[in-house]
Design a protein around this ligand. Structure first.
Ligand code: C5P
Length: 271
């Protein structure tokens, strides 16, 4: 049997980049389950389905019949001294052949995705897509590996909220990745500031731009409070997808470097 690694955890815990680096290290396939919920949300926006009471069944039908593809491009471009030889591959998300990698990360999708993902009919439809993508990725990783690459079988890494509990309760390795709200807030704040630097570098051709009010960026403390509120709501919501599997290894990465957490997981996988 192929090897499945489930990586679950709260928002901004670093699941996605960790999971991608682990997959590249082990030569496994990678599936970002959040992007499937994001594709369903994009379909909902395009079809104007925002009422999950009435629209749930038709949206579940739409996403079930859509073709979601997650393509991983092995990358060395993210290499920095802090990553050492680790690379974080880029991921391309295709919805019926259309590259929607950027469109599924817009503020509109961010605002709606949690509501779409809390619908049980949608979760059921997405469960089938996740299992099918994993089966495809596993068979690809098995056939594309050279026999002496290492002694691991082929496999897949999937990150999300409920992978170790609902999607793959039999996964060979389950990781629950967590970090303090403050550590997660600092990472989010860094991301926002990188975005701010990019926008600040743009020359202002529009004379009115100079008098436009500057965008208001929240402080680290505000982000931390918001993450804590969201975690609390997520965990206490009825049917919350975010639960720690009893057999999961909990890794708190508040004080770990990226390389430390990635190698902790690859070592566990090789045990
Ligand atoms: O991981 P990402 O932020 O892209 O996930 C987007 C949203 O999809 C999450 O906020 C959550 O509401 C939902 N989600 C989920 N179960 C998963 C993965 C994502 O409910 N396994």
């Amino acid at each position: 049997r192929d090897f499945t690694i489930a990586i679950d955890g709260p928002a901004a815990s670093g699941k996605s980049s960790t999971a991608r680096a682990v997959a590249q290290e082990l030569g496994f396939g990678y599936i970002d389950s959040g992007s499937i919920y994001r594709c369903a949300t994009l379909l909902a926006l395009r079809q104007n389905i925002t009422d999950m009471g009435e629209g749930s069944a038709s949206l579940a039908d739409l996403i079930s019949h859509a073709k979601v593809d997650i393509k991983v491009r092995p990358s060395t471009s993210h290499q920095t001294p802090s990553l050492g030889r680790l690379a974080v591959p880029e991921v391309q998300v295709l919805l019926d052949g259309e590259d929607v990698s950027r469109e599924i990360r817009t503020p509109e999708v961010n605002r709606l995705v949690a509501k779409i993902a809390s619908d049980s009919g949608i979760r059921q439809a997405v469960l089938h897509i996740q299992r099918k993508l994993a089966a495809d990725a596993e068979s690809r990783s098995t056939t594309s590996r050279s026999a002496d690459a290492n002694d691991m079988p082929g496999g897949v890494v999937m990150d999300g909220r409920d992978i170790g509990t609902t999607i793959f309760p039999g996964a060979e390795l389950k990781i629950y990745l967590d970090a303090s709200a403050m550590a997660r807030a600092i990472r989010r704040w860094d991301e926002m500031n990188q975005m701010k630097d990019v926008t600040a570098q743009k020359p202002a051709h529009d004379p009115k731009a100079s008098v436009a009010p500057a965008a208001v960026y929240p402080s680290v403390e505000e982000i931390a409070r918001e993450l804590e509120t969201r975690d609390y709501a997520d965990i206490n919501r009825e049917n919350s997808p975010l639960r720690i599997a009893p057999d999961a290894v909990v890794i708190d990465n508040t004080n770990l470097t990226f390389a430390q957490q990635v190698y902790t997981i690859t070592d566990l996988a090789r045990e």
